[in-house]
Design a protein around this ligand. Structure first.
Ligand code: PMP
Length: 341
């Protein structure tokens, strides 16, 4: 089989198959938050027809939640699909995508698939992002698309809204701000989409809305950019069950807001516990904490305690990411950690 060269060089994205009762490896949300919505599908929900490709009900819910116009929205099969569509839409072969290093692994994977160049601008000590240095990297390298993950995955680092705006203003090319975790932070730039015609904000229901299973994300931008991305979006890209459930969840945003508030409180508790154990955790604006530990085989040791977290390798050897779960789950994680420090 003769796959194209860029795919030949690619390794499949392997999801950790280990199962533990306390699952804190993938930044997922609460299993209870919207579990009752499934019942609303009811007997009148027909599966024989394609979804409404205008996704108007879902877009109305998103528009109420975000405070934007319907024409500012494009929906997708997870924010993953929208990132993929943006790269297909805006970056030609051999043009450059600039992001942060470290950041969400899929950005560089998409770059590879589409045969574009990719560069991650290094962060400062403790994974702090220096906006002026980042702008310098933009000026020097003139990326066709810049992707900022804010709060950043896996580090949890936040960039202040004013700095994000400075970055957007520093180039006429597209700047994508991936706000997958912004419900746990407070520096969103969604209200700026009409002010900056090169700004795209990508969001998801997988995190604070706790609906990773329905694979629903959305993109927000000025009408012209949305129309351009729409040219590349396949018809019916989001299935009708997901579109229905996402619409209902967004109508109950207060539930999500209360949940996110609880997670932020738990995040501070876990952060303090790690600090008390002399484990170096980094400040986070997301539903996870990134930390450094020299404990040998920490991930394997925690698995034996039935707790799953995410370990990193290469340049990030001895670094780990733990999702902030329910109070009980977080306590289980802290209890297990205490056995090894
Ligand atoms: N962006 C970031 C920063 C993420 O961490 C993730 C998922 N882990 C995604 C996008 C993709 O999320 P989804 O496709 O579930 O919307």
């Amino acid at each position: 089989m003769k796959e194209k060269q860029s795919v030949k060089e690619l390794q499949p994205y392997v999801v950790n198959p280990i199962v533990c009762s306390v699952k804190l490896d993938a930044n997922e949300g609460s299993k209870d938050l919207f579990k009752d919505l499934v019942k609303q599908l009811g007997e009148e929900f027909y599966l024989n027809v394609y979804p409404d490709d205008s996704y108007i009900d879902l877009k109305k819910s998103i528009s109420n939640y975000v405070g934007c116009e319907i024409s500012n929205i494009c929906v997708g099969n997870g924010s993953s699909e929208l990132l993929d569509l943006c790269i297909k839409t805006f970056v030609d072969r051999d043009e450059l995508i600039l992001s942060l290093d470290p950041s969400f692994a899929m950005y560089s994977i998409y770059a590879k698939i589409f045969d574009t160049k990719y560069m991650g601008a290094e962060s400062e000590d403790d994974f702090v992002i220096n906006a002026d240095k980042f702008i310098h990297a933009i000026k020097e390298n003139n990326p066709k698309v810049t992707i900022i993950c804010n709060p950043n995955n896996p580090t949890g680092s936040m960039i202040k809204k004013d700095d994000v705006i400075k970055i957007i203003k520093s180039t006429d090319n597209i700047v994508i701000v991936d706000e997958a975790y912004m419900e746990f932070g407070d520096e969103s730039v969604v209200e700026e989409i009409e002010n900056y015609k090169n700004l795209i904000v990508v969001k998801t229901l997988s995190k604070a809305f706790s609906m990773a299973g329905i694979r629903t994300g959305y993109l927000l931008a000025c009408e012209e950019l949305v129309k351009t991305v729409e040219k590349v979006r396949p018809p019916y890209n989001l299935n009708s069950i997901s579109a229905f459930l996402a619409t209902k969840a967004l109508e109950e945003k207060d539930k999500m807001i209360a949940y996110a508030k609880g997670i932020k409180k738990e995040r501070e508790k876990v952060y303090k516990s790690l600090k008390d154990m002399n484990v170096k955790a980094f400040p986070s604006g997301a539903n996870f904490l990134f930390f450094h530990s020299d404990i040998k085989n920490l991930e394997e040791k925690l698995v034996k305690e039935d707790v799953l977290i995410r370990k990193f390798g290469g340049k990030l050897d001895n670094h780990y990411r733990v999702t902030i779960g329910s109070e009980d789950e977080n306590n289980e994680f802290i209890k297990a950690m205490k056995k090894f420090v």
